[in-house]
Design a protein around this ligand. Sequence first.
Ligand SMILES: Nc1nc2c(c(=O)[nH]1)N[C@H]1C(S)=C(S)[C@@H](COP(=O)(O)O)O[C@H]1N2
Ligand SMILES: [Mo]
Length: 353
Amino acid sequence: MQQPNVRPYLITKSLSPENQETPIPFVQSDRVDKRLFFKRNHFSYPHLLSSSLYSLEIDGSVINPIKISLQHILKLPAKEVHTVLECAGNKRGFFRPKVFGEQWGKGAISQGVWRGISLKTLLQFTGLLDIEKEVVFIGNDYGKTTNSKQLHYFARSLPIEQALHEDTIIAYQYNGNPIPFKHGFPFRLIVPNWYAMASVKWVKRIEVIEKSFDGPFQCEDYIYYPNKENDAGAWPVTTKNVNSTIQKPLHMDELDTGKHIVKGIAWTGIGLITKVEISLNNGKSWNECELITTPKPYQWVQWEYEWNAAEKGEYTILSRATDSEGNKQPLIAYWNRKGYGYNAVDQIKIKID
Ligand SMILES: Nc1nc2c(c(=O)[nH]1)N[C@H]1C(S)=C(S)[C@@H](COP(=O)(O)O)O[C@H]1N2
Ligand SMILES: [Mo]
């Protein structure tokens, strides 16, 4: 009998605001369909303006402030960036001791092709001065933050060097179509090497400033706080850590003896994935996996290992990625109070019987 329509769905973590995970074991494509792209929001969705008003303002300490329409931007040279977007809180649920916040599993990550205009080109239209320090991106969604009763727009800044980076773009398409509303239509900043909080959705205004931006999503959240009790030694969350996830087998699967393909993905913020290893004996020994896609900047690689499971028993399988910057996943993730950047070796258990 033909199967009815059996397909993966997002995994709901919360609905107000809407936070949903990508079912990562069931993702095959390196251009995740918009239907399976994870969703992470701080507020309820913004109200959109009528289409004639889709435009972007760039002002602040610039010579010529501009307001540029979507129609105009579409006529300028386009740039595509194929990248992983990973929430800084991906895998937060695995921190021990546990930390507060959305208990993400392994699916606060997706990847696909974003098409847009280089931010550098837009900034050049405004005539940059050489005193600029940061560029602030203001989204169209707002609400109360945890630590204050005030209303804030979702806004974040980039240091000027990162804003002028050739792969930092203002995107207007995802996988060849206008960006889906929930992922930032009409304009979304894409910062491919950073964790995804930097990729501000629904950007309506860009402000060039001469000091450090101090909004709550810059200075309270998205900071690594090493201590539970105080803020000493804090530093900001920026580029993604080297990381990997086992897609197959599934955690707690029961399998027969014989050959099995262990497979998954590995990614990093800066540089390329150079090696993925798996351990079939809880870390006692490691085997190198085959990279079945070519490592490319910003993209995950797919890896595989053919395992001949000869003996019955329970197994802990680990995966560990290394990148070209010499970073390797640690056995234990760096604990921090808000639970960002979890990148310990990935782990599943299975039983052969
Ligand atoms: N305007 C706006 N941009 C935002 C956010 C937001 O809440 N509002 N969330 C950020 C965070 S923390 C993440 S992980 C990604 C999630 O993008 P997605 O919902 O398209 O997966 O968007 C980032 N950009
Ligand atoms: Mo995030």
